[in-house]
Design a protein around this ligand. Structure first.
Ligand code: DHB
Length: 310
């Protein structure tokens, strides 16, 4: 049968699927459920220097075609996740995990990354440049000047494998400009895409979530065409050493197959995992393997990036 093993940088994963940051990753209890599922690995909830309560509730709602959220970076703080990750390195030395981070300021981000650099952590860092939900804080990666400055500073001291979680871009010129910036740095991966920021979903005459008068990040079926476009636009523009994690609108094995055709190595699942729970990994993996078997693809490399044009 087909294999869904992949590698990111020097790290090997038994399965190309994992959670998307924010879903099933708030605490040890949730992360353990991903650890013990069919997923190849997990990413922790984006950690800030200090723990945060996040925005007022209700702040996440599933809807028929996806989800809307304005969580506001609730998390248990950097030390909590680092301690758990270091423990897992001892109990699961054959596995590699992703540590999602961002500071509430550039100074905080440097403090966090310097602590990771000094620590025993030997996995991958996913630096979140795309949180749309903290009032007054723009999505960092929509400001390419700030992003380039931040990455220049980071890579002066940070020597461990690092990737960035990106918001969706919607213009060919922005793909060109963003890729030109990312290609200047020894990034291990980019992750496309975070939620489509600041959408509105109504129920009768009323918004669905409390923060920001109902504005929130959109996930699920709504975002797949945008996600595929971002994965493929960057696949065509980035140095081949920068791998791509595809995130957005993965409900089925077919959706994952499309992400990989567009150039994704790993595939993350957010809204569907929230709706279905960690059992989703088994179903979606089996669906992807069935498609690969039918088409005669034995490995992910056999079809990654091989999207056909008219
Ligand atoms: C949150 C949402 C995001 O999409 C993100 O990248 C980081 C944080 C949040 O609101 O907690």
């Amino acid at each position: 049968m087909a294999s869904t093993k992949i590698h990111i940088g020097k790290f090997n994963f038994e399965n190309c699927f994992m959670n998307a940051a924010g879903v099933y990753c708030f605490d040890r209890e949730e992360l353990e459920k991903i650890l013990n599922s069919e997923a190849g690995t997990f990413v922790t909830k984006t950690a800030t220097l200090s723990p945060r309560d996040g925005n007022p509730t209700p702040r996440y709602q599933d809807v028929p075609l996806g989800s809307i959220n304005s969580m506001g970076l609730p998390n248990l703080g950097f030390d909590y996740y680092l301690e758990y990750l270091l423990e897992l390195q001892k109990t699961h030395p054959d596995r590699t995990f992703f540590f999602s981070l961002v500071g509430m300021s550039p100074e905080d981000t440097h403090t966090l990354l310097k602590r990771v650099q000094e620590s025993e952590f030997n996995g991958l860092v996913e630096l979140n440049l795309s949180c749309p939900n903290v009032p007054g804080k723009p999505q960092i990666a929509y400001d390419l000047e700030t992003t380039e400055k931040l990455l220049t500073e980071i890579f002066s001291y940070f020597k461990k494998p690092l990737g960035i979680k990106l918001p969706p871009y919607f213009d060919m010129v922005h793909f060109d400009q963003a890729a030109a910036v990312f290609n200047k740095f020894p990034l291990t991966f980019i992750n496309c895409v975070n939620s489509i920021g600041n959408g509105l979903i109504l129920d009768d005459e009323t918004v669905l979530i409390k923060p920001k008068d109902g504005f929130g990040g959109i996930g699920g079926e709504y975002v797949k065409p945008t996600a595929l476009a971002n994965v493929h636009a960057f696949y065509k523009r980035l140095n081949p050493s920068i791998q791509i994690i595809g995130t957005g609108g993965v409900l089925t094995g077919r959706d994952a197959f499309e992400h990989i055709l567009c150039g994704a190595s790993m595939v993350q699942i957010g809204t569907t995992l929230h709706k279905e729970g960690p059992e989703a990994f088994k179903r979606i993996t089996e669906e992807l393997k069935a498609i690969m078997d039918e088409k005669g693809y034995k490995t992910i490399e056999d079809f990654r990036g091989k999207l056909k044009y008219l």
